[in-house]
Structures are given as structure tokens and as C-alpha cells.
Write a protein that binds this ligand. Structure first.
Ligand code: DGI
Ligand code: FE
Ligand code: FE
Ligand code: FE
Length: 187
């Protein structure tokens, strides 16, 4: 699928702000792609679809998870961790996008995971540092993103875990596995 076709698909499913976020994630991911030797074309497609399921009604997402091969334990955690896994299955089923790197990048963009590949890391990072984000500490992550992919992803994981801990919310295990993995890969 071409990028412009993918953009036409996601646009009606998103709010204006979320659509613009998505385009910035795709541009940011494309910049990082050159730096970290991942396919620009593929990473852009993953970025375009990463938040495709963000506004699906929760009851639909819940049923979708139950009917799919996604792990049902997602349902024991906050619904924010559902939209990536759900989008990865929808794009495979509806649009035939089954490429493992693209699928993983969409699926794990919120939590990360152990052994996440470079393309998944680029989307995970781009989602956090795209120029519209004003999260405390994001400029340090933006600077690190030009230096070291693992270290930058570690900063994203650490900041997100700290944020979630301060909110007294449940944390999906993959978020911890991602943190441990990125830390273990530091040079
Ligand atoms: O969809 P976006 O807003 O672009 O970003 P995202 O999908 O990376 O994250 C959405 C939200 O999910 C964000 O507020 C952080 C939160 N999040 C990430 N990991 C976890 C999580 N929330 C919970 N409760 N548990 C997690 O493990
Ligand atoms: Fe998201
Ligand atoms: Fe993210
Ligand atoms: Fe996003």
C-alpha cells in the first residue's frame, strides 16, 4: 500500500489533532529511519497506521481482542494499551499488511517490548518526540534520538513508567520488559 492510500484510510477515523500527530510521527520516523538503517517506506506505513484504532469504541475493542489471537490479558489493563495491538490486527485483516516489522511497530508502539526491532523502536521513539509533543524532558530525548536509538528508547520507557507510577495506574508487563531490554542493550 502506498502512503497516500494509507493516509486516506486513517484520516476519517481520527480527529484533526490526532491526524496531524500521525503525520508528524511519520515524518519523524522517516528522519530516524535514515539514521538507523530501517526502511523509510515501511516505517512510514507503520507510523501512518499506529493510532488508527485510537478512537474505536471500547466495547468494540474489547470484543475484537476476545475474538482475535491477541492476548486476553490486555483486557486486565488500562484501555490505552489496546489500540496498538488492535490496529496491528485490523491492518493485517483488512488491508493485508502482514509484514512482521510493520505489524510489530504498530502493535507495540505504546508499551514497547523485549527484543523490539529497530523499526518498532523508531516508531516508539517518533511517537514520543514528534515536534507537537511538549512532555517534560522531551528535548533531552530528542537530542539522544540523534545519538543512540537504545538510549533514546530507554529514556522514553523510563519517563513513561515514571509518569504511570505517579498516576497510580496499572502498567502492562511489556512496558517493564521494554525498559529492561533497552537498558540491557546500552553500550
Ligand atoms: O496514542 P498516543 O497518545 O500517541 O501515545 P501512546 O500510544 O504511546 O500512549 C498512550 C498512553 O498510554 C500514554 O498516556 C501512555 C500510556 N501508556 C503507555 N504504556 C502504558 C500506558 N498506560 C497504562 N495504563 N499502562 C501501560 O503500560
Ligand atoms: Fe498510540
Ligand atoms: Fe508511544
Ligand atoms: Fe501516537
Amino acid at each position: 500500500m502506498r502512503n497516500d492510500e494509507a493516509i486516506d484510510i486513517i484520516k476519517p477515523a481520527l480527529t484533526k489533532a490526532r491526524f496531524e500527530h500521525t503525520l508528524r510521527v511519520a515524518d519523524t520516523a522517516a528522519e530516524l529511519a535514515n539514521l538507523y538503517h530501517v526502511s523509510t517506506e515501511k516505517v512510514e506505513l507503520a507510523a501512518i497506521f499506529h493510532d488508527y484504532a485510537k478512537f474505536k469504541p471500547l466495547d468494540e475493542m474489547k470484543q475484537f481482542i476476545l475474538d482475535s489471537q491477541l492476548p486476553n490479558d490486555l483486557l486486565d489493563y488500562h484501555h490505552e494499551v489496546w489500540h496498538g495491538p488492535v490496529a496491528s490486527v485490523i491492518v493485517a485483516e483488512q488491508f493485508g499488511i502482514k509484514d512482521q516489522e510493520i505489524s510489530d511497530a504498530i502493535r507495540y508502539h505504546t508499551t514497547g517490548k523485549a527484543n523490539l526491532g529497530a523499526m518498532g523502536m523508531v516508531v516508539f521513539l517518533a511517537d514520543y518526540i514528534e515536534p507537537g509533543r511538549s512532555i517534560p524532558g522531551v528535548d533531552e530525548v530528542r537530542a539522544m534520538a540523534r545519538e543512540d536509538l537504545f538510549h533514546a528508547c530507554l529514556m522514553v520507557s523510563r519517563n513513561t513508567l515514571q509518569f504511570l507510577l505517579s498516576k497510580n495506574t496499572t502498567i502492562y508487563p511489556d512496558s517493564f520488559h521494554a525498559y529492561n531490554y533497552f537498558l540491557s542493550q546500552l553500550k
